[in-house]
Design a protein around this ligand. Structure first.
Ligand SMILES: C[S@@+](CC[C@H](N)C(=O)[O-])C[C@H]1O[C@@H](n2cnc3c(N)ncnc32)[C@H](O)[C@@H]1O
Length: 360
């Protein structure tokens, strides 16, 4: 699955800062990219996400790398002191989401990212490589214009991309905006900054979405040892909202983007799984609906036969490319687990982008 053919720069030891580190998606992506390097510090204000990060990624480290600090509260000289050559980041997306208020740079949640952009021209040792992830919609924002102007001023070559895991054969939609930037005279091979690419240049995953793309079945990501009772969708929820769920089967080769509202809200927050392959959920829910308020027991009894359940947090982590060893500290609730995963990134997509970015 992992493509290794961009391997020119593997001997260089990169010095990395991970901003908005959450549960560590960027660090996992870096590990998977087969580059050498060290995460020097990871910055995030979310205590839950930080505890997941520490639980998995600080186990074998001598000192803590997670900094529970707001990014804009630290000084430029402090960031300079790391002498980092790589910045990886996924800044808050709320100022840019299509369903939000679209306030862009005037949204308070954009402040820390604007601080980082501004800092690029003030540092004594700015990064050579930058990777930024955000939602579709960012490309139309004033923050993106500020970013591009600053990258040009500071002599970076750059490429913007839209990539979804589906392009890499992963049955999950998560179309995201990416900005890759590299300090001149280094270049991004095959780039064209006048366009936003829908493919990763120089990668074996260089096709845009097409009908002959081979996508893995959902079954590849399901776990056998799931406590069905714990993850089943309550019957009352299904009677009320059954038709609003996005339902996939083990043989399906797609699923919706898992968001931080999964398990809490029904619509557009991520798919649920129907374990009985042979039943048609639309037919079942149509029958339940047709009866209006007086529901016939016979139709209600059909619902449990669908065997509908939520994806477990570990299954979602696998779909998002986290390794098998990834786990949560016991004290983190199920709702919190879904929330931090929904905020994270697809590790495999980002690792492919890192390979492209760091190949010189
Ligand atoms: C899109 S999520 C990043 C997720 C991360 N890449 C991961 O793999 O989990 C954005 C993160 O930014 C953090 N954040 C928001 N504003 C911040 C600030 N001013 N300083 C530090 N972290 C911030 C949030 O707590 C959240 O975890």
């Amino acid at each position: 699955m992992v493509n290794n053919h961009i391997d020119q720069s593997y001997s260089e030891m990169h010095r990395i800062l991970e901003f908005y580190s959450g549960i560590g998606g960027m660090q996992y992506a870096f590990q998977l990219s087969n580059n050498s390097g060290d995460i020097l510090a990871a910055f995030d204000i979310n205590t839950v996400a930080n505890s997941v990060y520490k639980h998995n990624l600080e186990k074998f480290k001598k000192k803590s790398i997670v900094q529970q600090k707001s990014i804009e509260s630290l000084s430029i000289s402090y960031y300079d002191s790391f002498n980092a050559n790589v910045w990886l980041m996924s800044p808050p997306c709320q100022p840019y989401t299509r369903t939000g208020l679209h306030k862009g740079s005037s949204d308070l949640r954009a402040k820390s990212f604007l601080f980082l952009i501004d800092m690029l021209s003030k540092m004594s040792s700015p990064p050579t490589y930058i990777l930024i992830e955000n939602v579709k919609g960012f490309e139309e924002s004033d923050t993106r214009n500020t970013l591009v102007t600053q990258l040009k001023n500071c002599n970076y070559n750059y490429q913007e991309l839209f990539i979804t895991p589906v392009q890499l054969g992963i049955p999950n939609s998560r179309l995201r905006y990416y900005m890759l930037a590299k300090k001149q005279p280094l270049i991004l091979k095959g780039s064209d900054r006048s366009k936003i690419f829908y493919h990763i240049p120089c990668s074996s995953y260089n096709q845009p979405l097409s009908s002959d793309l081979i996508i893995r079945p959902i079954d590849d990501f399901l776990h056998d040892d799931v406590n069905y009772e714990k993850y089943s969708v309550p019957n009352e929820t299904l009677i009320k909202y059954g038709k609003l769920f996005d339902i996939v089967k083990p043989s399906s080769r797609r699923s919706c983007c898992f968001t931080k509202g999964y398990y809490h809200y029904v619509e557009a927050t991520g798919s649920i799984i129907q374990l009985s392959e042979d039943l048609d959920s639309d037919k079942v829910f149509n029958k339940v609906e047709r009866k209006g308020s007086i529901l016939e027991q016979e139709n209600i009894d059909l619902i449990p036969r669908l065997k509908l359940r939520y994806f477990t947090e570990n299954e979602i982590a696998s779909i998002m490319g986290f390794p098998k060893e990834f786990s949560f500290p016991d004290e983190i609730t199920l709702k919190q687990r879904y929330r931090v995963l929904g905020n994270s990134i697809n590790v495999i997509v980002v690792s492919e982008l890192i390979k492209y970015l760091l190949s010189d």
